[in-house]
Design a protein around this ligand. Structure first.
Ligand code: DAT
Ligand code: MG
Length: 139
């Protein structure tokens, strides 16, 4: 059985605030392996693929604008149940109510913007992980 992999993003707010190391530290401290890291500037076409499920929602345009507002860091992490495990480390989508102890709960808050700025993305299923890893690590 091959080890599970997930796609993690440190979003532009996380890069701007110098939290790349903090996020990677939390992944490593939990015991997952870092398999690949890549810094990039996302464009609208890449984000439309990544956020296909959200196209047309009221927060989609602000989401794309936010995700293009600066560089992001894409990470492949691996380990048994890493998909679920990283979602747990990240905390709830809304940083105001994300539990203390989580990345979003400890380090993010509501900024009064149309899209929630919550520092990190993590794949939500094995199918999403496989799809998203191909988008950010096409080689
Ligand atoms: P998650 O990132 O927790 O998987 P998601 O996939 O539902 O959440 O949404 C993608 C991102 O879009 C999320 O990280 C923040 C933003 N977002 C989601 N729902 C939102 C809403 N109702 N209002 C504003 N931003 C939202
Ligand atoms: Mg999601």
């Amino acid at each position: 059985m091959s080890t599970e992999k997930t796609l993690i993003l440190v979003k532009p707010d996380g890069v701007r605030r110098g939290l790349v190391g903090e996020v990677i530290s939390r992944i490593e401290a939990k015991g997952y392996a870092i398999d690949a890291v890549r810094m990039l500037q996302a464009d609208a076409a890449l984000l439309e693929k990544h956020y296909a499920e959200h196209v047309g929602k009221p927060f989609y345009e602000p989401l794309v604008e936010f995700m293009m507002s600066g560089p992001i860091v894409a990470i492949i992490a691996s380990g048994n149940r890493v998909i679920e495990g990283f979602r747990s480390l990240a905390g709830a989508t809304d940083p105001t109510v994300a539990a203390p102890g989580t990345i979003r709960g400890d380090l993010a808050r509501d900024q009064g913007t149309k899209v929630m700025q919550n520092l990190v993305h993590g794949s939500d299923s094995p199918e999403s992980a496989a799809r998203e890893i191909k988008i950010f690590f096409p080689q």
